[in-house]
Design a protein around this ligand. Structure first.
Ligand code: SAH
Length: 580
């Protein structure tokens, strides 16, 4: 293989982000380029690295955004132009189940590009499962068959080579009815189907992409002898908060699609197992089913409210309005002078107050040409358990973790470790609260010679928004600002699209409203091209309190305010609002 980038053909599963594979997620997190399809949900796209190049080749049912042959070329081009890059090709369901992943892989092989396949959960099986329909069931169905209800013309004309090797001509012979009798454009898109064999087959039939052709497919199956009363279900947008199941029989399939307005993406499943769905439908209609809500909190904080709204049935689009960025270390406040990693030897204790601090510090350490060995012999302090765990992942045990997991707790703990005779006078208050006399008894010498830590040799590694709590308790310590927290400047296109289609935005602060409206503005350069997207946003806002509401109203939101300034109360308000 040449020195190209590597392509990963990844299945994104049917929609529910919880059904995405761990392997797929870990590749997305480090992907440099992500080429994705329409059926991939925003929740899965949000696993991607913020700096990844996002390429939307999604297809709408009626028009192709990017032709398959162009997608193939695009993958090869990215791989050739970006040696060493990780290129994720993200597709709905499984890439090799009507996902054209095989065609892409053939093209990559031809071009000498290395690739891997990461299977996904196919909609063919998981969507019925979410509707309580097992595709096989003892005594009812001993096999199941996944069939395409729509085969593209493009595929038949431009891949003759593939068909030769697959002995396509024999398929033609197998399905003479399908090809010869009905003609026309629609017919040709299912001409590869062997209707007599399908009609005879006693197993469960599962059609993907078949909605627009289903009237014809059901007619042909009945003509070929399949029982018109065969139970049939359409499952629309399966595994998402918009999932809907419509049941009928083979003979009423066409009229049911029209009457119930069944739309893509939907699968069609036929056979006795469909009846089980009436008993086994386990997915309850939840209070927020079918609602898409934008959450504007920082990802870490959003976790709590996002998972609660998801559990209530909503599709949650996490759009944190602030982001953290590593910086060159600076001393003390943001306008301090640059710190130098050569100074690291001046410190005996490194104190971390966030996981971001840990990540940023190590990034800077590596960039300075150093590594973990320059920390040998130093004591490590962490504000709490999560930061402690992050350090442990890097092979570092913490020496100091306060019991109460706060900055104040950490400051006090470290202060108690650096007591000395001279400091004693200036820390009288501290000694009182820490019951210093007993410590003195424990280490009478310690006051002068044995203090564990020298205050001036403590280094705090913090973000630009950290307050001075710890520095006040340890005035001789040094602080390096190792990362910055800034408002998000703009939203990527996929997120704009997700926001445009949302029902409401949830705001937990006034600044989140301001940042959200700013981030919706398009960068000058793309203003003309995509201005229609920037205008599209929900006009309903759920707000946590008075100030937030006032700001939201300023931007023309219809505001629903929570009773109390708490997340509990806000979630309750959202649920009540949609209950009526
Ligand atoms: N590779 C995909 C299938 C791609 S073909 C897979 O393994 O699932 C696209 C078709 O898949 C759609 O037309 C629809 O029939 C089906 N499909 C995909 N996701 C679906 C979903 N969430 N609900 C219902 N049908 C879905």
């Amino acid at each position: 293989m040449k020195n190209f980038g590597k392509v990963y053909l990844i299945g994104a599963g049917p929609g529910d982000p919880g059904l995405f594979t761990l392997k797929g997620k870990s590749i997305l997190e480090r992907a440099d380029v992500v080429v994705y399809d329409r059926l991939v949900s925003p929740a899965i796209l949000s696993f991607c690295n913020a700096s990844a190049e996002m390429v939307d080749v999604g297809k709408m049912p009626t028009h192709h955004k990017v032709k398959q042959s162009e997608i193939n070329k695009l993958l090869v081009k990215f791989a050739q132009e970006k040696p060493g890059a990780v290129i994720a090709r993200l597709k709905g369901g499984d890439p090799f189940v009507f996902g054209r992943g095989g065609e892409e892989a053939l093209e990559l092989i031809d071009a000498g590009v290395e690739f891997e396949v990461v299977p996904g959960i196919t909609s063919a099986i998981s969507v019925p499962a979410y509707a309580g329909i097992p595709v096989s069931h003892r005594g009812i169905a001993t096999s199941f068959h996944i069939v395409t209800g729509h085969e593209k013309q493009e595929m038949q004309t431009c891949h003759s080579e593939l068909y030769e090797t697959k002995n396509f001509s024999s398929q033609v012979e197998l399905c003479p009815l399908g090809r010869s009798t009905k003609g026309g454009v629609e017919e040709s898109s299912i001409s590869g189907l062997d209707f007599p064999a399908l009609a005879k087959c006693p197993g469960t039939l599962i059609f993907l992409m078949g909605i627009s052709n289903m009237e014809m497919i059901s007619r042909r199956l009945i003509e070929c002898g399949k029982d018109p009363k065969t139970p049939l279900a359409f499952i629309e947008k399966g595994t998402t908060p918009y999932q809907r199941t419509v049941m009928c029989t083979l003979e009423t399939a066409g009229e049911t699609i029209l009457r119930e307005n069944v739309t893509a993406p939907a699968i069609t499943i036929m056979g006795g197992v469909v009846e089980l769905g009436k008993i086994l439908a386990w997915r309850k209609d939840l209070p927020l089913s079918g609602r898409r809500l934008v959450i504007t909190r920082a990802a870490k904080q959003a976790g709590g409210i996002a998972s609660r709204l998801t559990a209530l049935g909503a599709e949650v689009i996490e759009t944190p309005m602030i982001e953290t960025r590593g910086v060159e270390p600076r001393v003390g406040s943001l306008d301090g002078t640059a710190a130098d990693f050569a100074d690291l030897s001046n410190f005996d204790v490194l104190a971390f107050t966030s996981t971001n601090g840990v990540d940023s510090f190590f990034e800077l350490l590596f960039r300075a040409g150093l590594d973990i060995r320059s920390l040998a012999g130093k004591k490590i302090a962490s504000v709490g358990k999560i930061t402690e765990k992050k350090l442990l992942e890097r092979g570092i045990r913490c020496d100091y973790v306060p019991e109460d997991h706060t900055g104040e707790g950490l400051g006090k703990l470290l202060a108690s470790k650096c007591l000395s005779e001279t400091q004693c006078a200036s820390h009288s208050e501290l000694y009182e609260t820490k019951n210093f006399s007993s410590q003195v008894e424990l280490c009478p010498l310690g006051r002068s010679t044995k203090c564990e830590v020298e205050e001036s040799r403590i280094l705090l590694l913090q973000g630009n928004l950290a307050d001075d709590t710890i520095l006040k308790l340890l005035p001789k310590a040094t602080r390096w600002v190792v990362y910055e927290t800034l408002p998000v400047a703009t939203l990527p296109d996929w997120k704009r699209e997700a926001v445009a289609g949302a029902d409401a935005v949830v705001f937990a602060s006034s600044s989140a409203v301001e940042n959200f409206m700013n981030a919706l503005k398009l960068p000058q350069s793309t203003e003309g091209a995509a201005s229609n997207l920037s205008a599209q946003r929900p006009h309903l806002a759920f707000s946590i309190g008075r100030l937030t509401s006032a700001t939201a109203k300023k931007y023309d939101f219809e505001v629903v305010e929570s009773e109390e300034t708490s997340m509990d109360s806000l979630v309750k308000k959202i649920t009540e609002y949609y209950a009526v």
